[in-house]
Design a protein. Sequence first.
Length: 736
Amino acid sequence: MGKSRDGKFVPPKGKPSGAGKEEGLGMRKTLDGEDLSKQLERDEEITEKYTSGEDELAPNVHLRHPNRNTEKGHDYRREKKNDENNKNNNEILSQHSSPTLVEELPGVLSKTILAELAAFESDICISLYLPTHKFGEEVNEHADAILFKNQIQQARQLLNDKNIDELRIQRTLQPASDLLKDDAFWAEQQKGLAIFMADGFFKYVKLPIAFSEELYINHSFYLTPLVPAMSNDEKFYLLVISKKHAKFYKADAFGMEEIKIPELPYGMSDVVHFEEKDDQNLFRTGGRGGTGGANFHGAGGGEPDEKTHIAMYFDEVDEVLMKAVLATEKAPLMLAAVDYLVPIYKSVAKYKHIADDAITGNHDHDDVNALYRTARERMVRYFHEGRKKALEQFYNNSATELTSTIPEDVIPAAFYSRISRLFVQKLKDDAFWAEQQKGLAIFMADGFFKYVKLPIAFSEELYINHSFYLTPLVPAMSNDEKFYLLVISKKHAKFYKADAFGMEEIKIPELPYGMSDVVHFEEKDDQNLFRTGGRGGTGGANFHGAGGGEPDEKTHIAMYFDEVDEVLMKAVLATEKAPLMLAAVDYLVPIYKSVAKYKHIADDAITGNHDHDDVNALYRTARERMVRYFHEGRKKALEQFYNNSATELTSTIPEDVIPAAFYSRISRLFVQKDEHIWGKFDEAENKLELHATKFEGDECLLDKAVIKTILNGGEVFLLGKGQMPDTSKLAALMRY
């Protein structure tokens, strides 16, 4: 503060630095109402003491730098430590640890990989085995991912029970949580998935083996279920062959798939062709697998020898297979053919590992899975030869010290590399477990044991109470999702029956193989004639003249389709109303519909040539197209519910719905899948008691409502959470 010329203090311009501050913070009170002269004298004393001139500090006054550190001595390290302690585990995990490398192991495991997994040890080693699915409803509804999520939650709980640090649990399970969100991963599964987790370690393998669901936590990984994938010497080939077809498959212990070879002849007509030349009956050889040249052979005035033609055709097939696949192979080749064709093929084949046994009969249109099962059963002596020899060696040495069945001897011997061959017991009834469907339901009590195999993939559930839990069986009680599929072209016709669980071919002997079975061309008196009548007809030959021109192909196709429709009507469709879907080249679809007497042909069709498509792929495509037919009943039931939602005929309140089910009032019941409502209901007293969790003596009242509704003639619909009215666990449309 400066002085004026007359010695008075003059404050600097601008707002005083103490303006607006509370008193008691070092600022002097304002001078109003006080003795100004005394205070001004004190101010002059202070000025004289600390200044040597106008606005100049006295030499004895130390001035601090304006940019000095005003917080010197503050403990930032302690503050930083406290801040870090306040962060959540996810932030710490991302800042202070590198992500675990996720590695997929090959489907055929080597001894090196097994040794690596076996050598890994930690106080937390998690082994998880899951059954998974390549396709079907389970993939669409993310059943495998849901099962995986449940197992991860169980693993987390088990680790918590072991008092493992939460941060370490999070770090160990983080790769699994990330994998759970990977939709592409879950869409590309095989039959089984094995996962091995530890802190900083995560490996998985997809395998064509359907594992039993298992979670194992120890200081090392559990590896026994992987043994079948270690080596596979059960490979074999299957050739399905007839005069009209040839298909080649590769198979092993896990399944069978077709090997498509472009050069492989479709049938004998692709190799041997008949022509007329200079009044001679000639046949020409050379087809898809040959060089393309035409070789003419005369047969005189007689009929060419059919066996010779078949041998030429089979020789061509063998040559193609040798070039494409078999030249370096020693795996057995099994034949599926009419019995008289088998020795002809063996007589010309250069491949020397053809199985003695064969699947006799015509199998051109057999289901691939059924063929595989039959072939694998026939090949059992090849597969088990090594096991048979090992067991013989064991029994031959059973009286010596070289064998043992005592765990106290065998287990240490395994650790000390003394074991040459180890035999381990599997589940007691191998045949039972080898012939499963998608789901298994078992009901047990004292003196009571019943089970059912179903084409429904259940969620895993164990229920113990004074009655059985039956709601998951509802989809198997009625099935209005039936439909038919006709795969048809000018050369093939196959007929299938399908439902919500799968599809199978219906073999009808009278069904034409193709147009050539119905419409035949001949020459008679210098006229081009076509003759109708084939497998499905009466056997009579009807000749039609086409003049000097080419017969109309559309007319011939219509005749062929009319014959197919007539056979299907007689054999199956006459009393049916299920939709029939067509799989055919697009221009054929309207021709078939124009002649068909069956009036329930689906508007949609699977266009293109599907003669050689995989049956499972065809089923998936057809089922997706038929969804509007399948859900029509459910759609109408929900519409009826919503139309009555403002009346007393509907309810989503358990206290209303559960008693109504017991007293036969429910017409349609909608239930959320995989849910429970716990409590007790006294039917005689009409007394209901509900609990949020299961108490002693409780039962699932939702299950009871389902069973009562069905037994009383009502309909039950199992729905996903998002499909339920008002997102409730149950909803009902009442009769009254």
